[in-house]
Write a protein that binds this ligand. Sequence first.
Ligand code: DC
Length: 229
Amino acid sequence: MKKITIAIDGHSSCGKSTMAKDLAREIGYIYIDSGAMYRCCTLFAIEQGLIAADGTIDEAELERRMPEISVSFQLNPETGRPDAYLNGENVEQRIRTMEVSSHVSPVAALPFVREAMTAQQQAMGREGGIVMDGRDIGTAVFPDAELKVFVTAAPEIRAQRRYDELRAKGEECDFDEILANLQERDRIDSTRAVAPLRQAEDAIVLDNSHLTIEEQKKWLLERFHELTD
Ligand code: DC
């Protein structure tokens, strides 16, 4: 049976990656977290001192150094999920901090960053059999994807989930700061000039505000089987 391409886009912290990972594991497809790739570029920029304290990005230097950024994924046998590697180093934990979260949207809005990451994503999905989540997968990366889902949930519900997740990892965090951060990311992601966050015309919308992880997993698996059975 031909393996299809599945694009899962939507707002920040709405559980896209959880549902995409679970689906990929269930159906034996490769899962790619495209947001992790933009987070890796952001971590690189922070660690190389290319983001000033006021958030200003040294764009010229970052553009010059883009060829030094190589992002890959490797399955973590303990979690059963892929971890992100930046230049061969496992950075899965370091790309999920509030510091990276607060700088990632402006970095992801830079056209030369998008061009480099989009090319890498398209190369990863050339053979099909992939579930990729992000903001522009169904519109810009794989406009011909057979299954496109656009996920959303109320901002307060998304912030609460993110808060619980960070606390569970033992990170100090503040609910209002998280809410403000995700609303700001949504604003920047939706209004940027290149490949903004928007629903593809042929995407199915899923508002998971009041769904459990199990319910949304079932919903997605049903959409997959409708197309492939
Ligand atoms: O899904 P996430 O929160 O890890 O994504 C991090 C940031 O990367 C988010 O603010 C928007 C950006 N992003 C993007 O511009 N395009 C994608 N395909 C995925 C993420």
